[in-house]
Write a protein that binds this ligand. Structure first.
Ligand code: UD1
Length: 420
């Protein structure tokens, strides 16, 4: 297994090109099996999660391959409805195969995702939505089995105890494109990745309206066709580099982004005193003066994303004063705290709020990544810490950040990979 080593204390300066969105690309790749025809999907990042999805699609009987950032999928006429446990169990996002399989084949079998380090992650809303479309759902031998003679459009409310669900909304949107009649999803998730998915589906001939709002309407059609589509930029990767600029007292221009997708973060960075300039497809983040502590609460979009909570915490560890970071999407998503504290930060947890008392400096240490975004937070902390930081279990990072060492080194970091 690899580890990432960082020699900290360098100011980052320069330009970074942001990759395509992992969380957009995953459901879009799954949605491509709603037709037998070929689709070509551009701006797909080269990441472990993406290659897992491609392997699953191949296992289902589709032809699929990635060349650079372009994925070509030709599902053909003989798709199998059972997603293989061995692959599915390595990636929770595989649950987004349920919708397209059910839509296209009227049956689907995908292994039930278990809990993970960021907490229990139920799929009741996915199942409720599919039942509303007329599917019969059973859980057998650890697998979710869904089947229907026909899918019928329905009105449904998909809000849960933590608000809307991104992938539950995606699943129902995908299945409903081939249902009879109209489906209305109330309390739908409004994340940009869902707008991207709706645009992709519409380019295949679907009739999805209202994506980006909390009421999505899908008018079922008989058939979808192949398409060519370009995935949106990754707002979480962009946000991670924005935080890196502030943290290292740097000056970074991010290219190929949609700045308004990061409004919640940009607002907090401005409040903290960081320089933010944006135009249509780029942003420049500049350290100006001593950063002020800010309080952050994660919420569904357009609120502050849970996927940037850990990175923001790294910034607050070296910001003089007290800040409170509250997690409202995954109340247990705080595994990074103990690792950051090993680097000298002063964070303690009160329920689902982390109280961060800023310290003057962090010191490099060996640390263990627990999940994807926690790994990013540890890399960020390593960039500003004194001396050497070794981030172990780096495979988490490879699930979500394309060429991260190359990108960071190109703007002045000193970071490399070593075999353990
Ligand atoms: C997606 C993102 C993930 C991000 C998350 C929240 C992908 C591939 N992953 O995950 O990076 O952290 O959104 O922005 O896009 N919930 C239920 N019942 C359900 C489904 C979810 O109670 O059936 C709860 C979850 O436990 C969580 C909240 O709803 O508390 C939001 O989760 P959800 O939006 O579903 O996350 P994902 O779509 O799995």
């Amino acid at each position: 297994m690899d580890k990432i080593v960082i020699d900290g204390g360098r100011r980052l300066k320069g330009q970074v090109e942001i990759s395509g969105s992992k969380n957009s690309a995953l459901p879009i790749l799954a949605a491509a099996i709603l037709t037998s025809e070929e689709s070509v999907i551009e701006n797909v990042p080269q990441l472990r999660d993406i290659s897992t999805m491609i392997k699953i699609l191949k296992d289902l009987g589709a032809r699929a391959h990635q060349e650079g950032n372009v994925v070509t999928i030709r599902p053909g006429d003989n798709i199998n409805h059972v997603a293989p446990y061995k692959l599915v169990s390595t990636m929770r996002a595989s649950v987004c195969l349920l919708g397209p399989l059910l839509g296209r084949l009227k049956k689907a079998e995908v292994s039930m995702p278990g809990g993970c380090v960021i907490g229990a992650r139920p799929i009741d809303l996915h199942l409720k939505g599919m039942e509303m479309l007329g599917a019969k759902i059973t859980i057998e031998h650890g697998n979710v089995k869904a089947s229907a003679k026909r899918l019928r459009g329905a009105d449904m409310y998909l809000g849960g105890p933590f608000g809307s669900s991104v992938l539950a909304t995606a699943n129902i949107m995908m299945a409903a494109t081939l249902a009879e009649g109209i489906t209305r999803i109330e309390s739908a998730a409004s994340e940009p990745e869902l707008v991207d998915l709706a645009n992709f589906l519409n380019s295949m001939g679907a009739k999805v309206r209202g994506a980006g709002s909390h009421l999505i309407e899908i008018e079922g059609v008989k058939k979808l066709h192949g398409t060519r589509y370009k995935v949106i930029p990754d707002r979480i990767e962009a946000g991670t580099f924005m935080v890196a600029a502030a943290l290292t007292k740097g000056d970074i221009r991010l290219k190929n982004i949609v700045p308004e997708h990061n409004n919640a973060l940009l607002d907090k960075l401005r409040e903290a005193g960081v320089g933010v300039e944006t135009n249509r497809t780029s942003a420049r983040i500049t350290y100006r003066r001593k950063i002020k502590p800010v309080d952050v609460t994660t919420l569904p979009y357009p609120g502050f994303p849970t996927d940037l909570q850990a990175q923001m915490m790294s910034l607050m560890t070296v910001t003089q004063g007290i800040s409170v970071i509250t997690e409202k999407i995954y109340p247990d998503r705080f595994m990074h705290i103990s690792e950051l504290n090993r680097m000298g930060s002063k964070i303690h947890l009160e329920g689902n709020s982390a109280i961060v008392a800023g310290v003057k400096r962090l010191s490099g240490a060996p640390v263990m990544a627990s999940d994807l975004r926690a790994s990013a937070a540890l890399v960020l902390a390593g960039l500003v810490a004194e001396g050497r930081t070794d981030v172990h279990r780096v495979y988490h990072l490879d699930r979500g950040y394309e060429r991260i060492e190359e990108k960071l080194n190109s703007i002045g970091a000193k970071i490399w990979r070593e075999k353990e």
